[in-house]
Design a protein around this ligand. Structure first.
Ligand code: 13P
Length: 250
């Protein structure tokens, strides 16, 4: 049985004071559930937030990590730097990074490798566009995104990784993939991993993201290959996010 995982990706939202209001509300109201809860604030707020959640069950993550360990890479943050502030996870290859910052499959694979070697659990984010879904290439696109990372990092490194599936057409649009649409892709991803290693496929958590809300979380999480959720908009409200988190309590 894989452990449930709910991740809140705050993206470039909140300011310093609202970040603290949000984290304080999560700390105050978090129910005791047998699943993990991770928040990924903007980098700048990580030190203060990490301190705040130090003695709680809440885990800190980052929204990205550099593809190099150190050096002249203006604007980047390394895995070692994240580790200094108790970050346990880092998202790599979020569709917004791929779309707006030209993160290629290879660049994502390099970020993934840096996370692994720096002791950070990468959340490899995979996604397809609406056009790719409609022209029938979605599964090929996702396979390519994952295979590039397997080729570079090796399948064994996925023992310490998480994969997310976040269809671009469902992010911030209010349009969620149906439970079955999401399950079909998650099953496909698990089979792809199983073709390289059954042990990794059995262990790896695969999360769904894209307009996850308190109203749809439970049905998504009831699907056999959906182990958790990666939440954007609804994670900016403590009550909504904790309702989603509570969906693990079946
Ligand atoms: P929304 O939940 O706002 O659709 O965002 C999903 C997402 O991109 C999380 O990483």
């Amino acid at each position: 049985m894989r452990r449930g995982l709910a991740i809140g990706n705050w993206k470039m939202n909140v300011d310093r004071s609202s970040a603290m209001v949000l984290v304080n509300a999560i700390v105050a109201k978090i129910p005791e559930i047998n699943a993990d809860l991770v928040i990924c604030p903007p980098y700048l707020y990580i030190p203060e937030i990490s301190e705040k959640i130090a003695n709680t069950s809440i885990i800190c993550g980052a929204q990205n990590v550099a593809a190099h360990s150190t050096g002249a890479y203006t604007g980047e943050i390394s895995a070692a730097m994240l580790k200094e502030f108790d970050c346990k996870y880092a998202i790599v290859g979020h569709s917004e990074r791929r779309q707006f910052y030209a993160d290629t499959n290879l660049a994502v694979a390099e970020r993934f490798c840096q996370a692994i070697s720096g002791g950070i659990i990468p959340i490899l984010s995979t996604s397809e566009t609406l056009e790719e879904r409609e022209n029938g290439t979605a599964f090929d696109v996702i396979a390519e995104q994952i295979n590039t990372v397997i080729d570079k990092a090796g399948i064994e490194s996925f023992m310490n990784a998480v994969i997310s599936y976040e269809p671009l057409w469902a992010i911030g649009t209010g349009k969620t993939a149906t439970d079955q649409q999401a399950q079909d892709v998650h099953y496909f991803i698990r089979q792809l991993i199983a073709s390289k290693s059954q042990k990794v496929a059995d262990k790896i958590q695969i999360l769904y993201g894209g307009s996850v809300k308190p109203e749809n979380a439970q049905k998504l999480l009831a699907m056999p290959d959906i182990d958790g959720v990666l939440v954007g908009g609804a994670s900016l409200n403590a009550d909504s996010f904790l309702k989603i988190y509570s969906s693990f309590q079946k």
